[in-house]
Ligand binder design. Sequence first.
Ligand code: IPM
Ligand code: MG
Length: 375
Amino acid sequence: MTQTYNLLILPGDGIGPEVMGQVVRVIDWFRDNRGLDFRVEQDLVGGAAYDAHGKPLSDETMARAQAADAVLLGAVGGPKYDVLDFSVKPERGLLRLRKEMDLFANLRPAQCFDALADFSSLKPEIVAGLDILIVRELTSGVYFGEPRGIHADDNNPENEGGRVGINTQRYTSGEIRRVARSAFELARRRGNKVCSMEKANVMESGILWREEVQWVHDNEYPDVELSHMYADNGAMQLVRNPRQFDVIVTDNLFGDILSDAAAMLTGSLGMLPSASLGAVMANGRPKALYEPVHGSAPDIAGQGKANPIACILSFAMALRYSFDQGQAADDLEAAVQRVLAKGVRTADLMGPEGGTPVSTAGMGDEILAELSAGA
Ligand code: IPM
Ligand code: MG
């Protein structure tokens, strides 16, 4: 019996719709050429949803996301929305999806494509062949901890300005254990090494983090090599010698920062996909949302300049992690590699050595042609 794959596509804002347009073509290719039965629905998120409904994610869209086998998201945000109240900013739509779908494990691979090693701000010999995976906890920590807010700082006459801003870093042992398990499972399928990062030298939540990751290791994954690092040292090691890492597991805020640093090691943010995974559902698939690491890039939106590769590789992650179509994912990734090796370049990838310049859709054409050639 053919399986049906229900996808909800949320293109979002800025370059989101353009890059997602190329993903839709790739999905159609797999339907037509590999008989994969994708059913695709589209909806609004972020500023686009705010413009339509006054909220960055409607309850109807949230319900459709919960019902989908996987959600593909483009990007959210733009200067037009900077003036909005915090509670309806485009980012709140994304954070609501992560929280309500309970997508606790955010996988951010940072892989350096051979053809692009010169693009890194580091020397090519330091980044060539780089392949690390950051597993960022995504549904807890300081992003969601209570209490939070901005309050009048009553009874403190010495506080010039009279206000206090509060956020709370809070982790339960269960939250740490489940994301640690994801990291160890993924490490077993790669280099079998996990480095856990926190600030156990200054934060109690960091001490708990370290102890719980060690507990999961000792009790369930003693075969995987585990090390611990303070997150500031981790940031330094990432730019000093990034290839020492295989899988890095860390909390929500450190993961946000460290994954941007790791992304830049590879030279172009326009290349990096991500997957956010939750608990496995009754049908055996995890709750899942896939999105490029890059943002909405409002400065180039609507001009056909955006690089669709990060979004296309995010769909490859969906093939692998949601639909168990590892071969299809490999084929799609290989097609992207071949296009880059041929020197085909969107504007963000155009270096001094030149190349064949293409638009967003032109990159889509090339990737589809390589898929067909390899099929
Ligand atoms: C990310 C982004 C988001 C985050 C923003 C857009 C809320 O920076 O996905 O890394 O901070 O998590
Ligand atoms: Mg970020």
